[in-house]
Design a protein around this ligand. Sequence first.
Ligand code: ADP
Ligand code: UDP
Length: 237
Amino acid sequence: MQKVAELYRGKAKTVYTTEDADLLVLEFRNDTSALDGERIEQFDRKGMVNNKFNYFIMSKLEEAGIPTQMVRLLSDTEVLVKKLDMVPVECVIRNRAAGSLVRRLGIKEGLELNPPVFDLFLKNDAMHDPMINESYCQTFGWVNESNLARMKALSYQANQVLSKLFDEAGLILVDFKLEFGLFKGEVVLGDEFSPDGSRLWDKTTLNKMDKDRFRQSLGGLIEAYEEVAHRLGINLD
Ligand code: ADP
Ligand code: UDP
């Protein structure tokens, strides 16, 4: 499938149209951003690692019955996906306290959250992705009630599948962000699942193996992503 035209250049990926109006190409670049795009750096191999990571995770979710955008891998850094009408809302599941939850509630990082928390954020860099709730979605028309209920149920289902997968690889799935869209009226998982949009800690040492290494200038970002991929059995060659 040939790329036809650049549709959108995001902070980490470029989106291209194809000859098929229902399909897009996502190209994973080496760019890594923090602070809503105010800080951007390039890391060798990152586009390739995240593309293969995302393909592996989405395939596992699809196998578990979660509808995803995935069509097929095209190259090291490109994947063919269904073109979704994206819901401008990020769904976050938290199994442990970290990041903005710790800042907002002043609780201890790592606190186990039982049951896991479900948060919603509006996708809006200029407004720093403000936290919202289910009623905002109705009032502002971002997504209707039944589609939102489906997004929430699929997020929790993904959490069950992925918590187990990462646990078996010696990792704690601390939290993660998902983006959904509509394809012919159906709620479908889009965008990406990678260590850019999740928190993964080593089960024994509690070392951070995700984008917090960049946010907190801990170093060894790609080495950590590759270690996680290796533990999951993802082939990066
Ligand atoms: P951002 O827009 O946050 O800078 P990216 O660099 O990841 O993020 O850009 C990818 C863009 O493509 C995002 O806006 C995302 O919502 C959108 N997108 C992801 N998957 C799909 C899809 N399957 N169909 C349509 N748009 C998608
Ligand atoms: N996240 C993301 N994109 C965002 C905001 C958050 O992928 O725009 C992910 C983030 O990597 C983490 C989870 O969502 O895995 C929860 O993020 P949090 O609300 O703690 O925000 P942060 O600490 O990143 O400000």
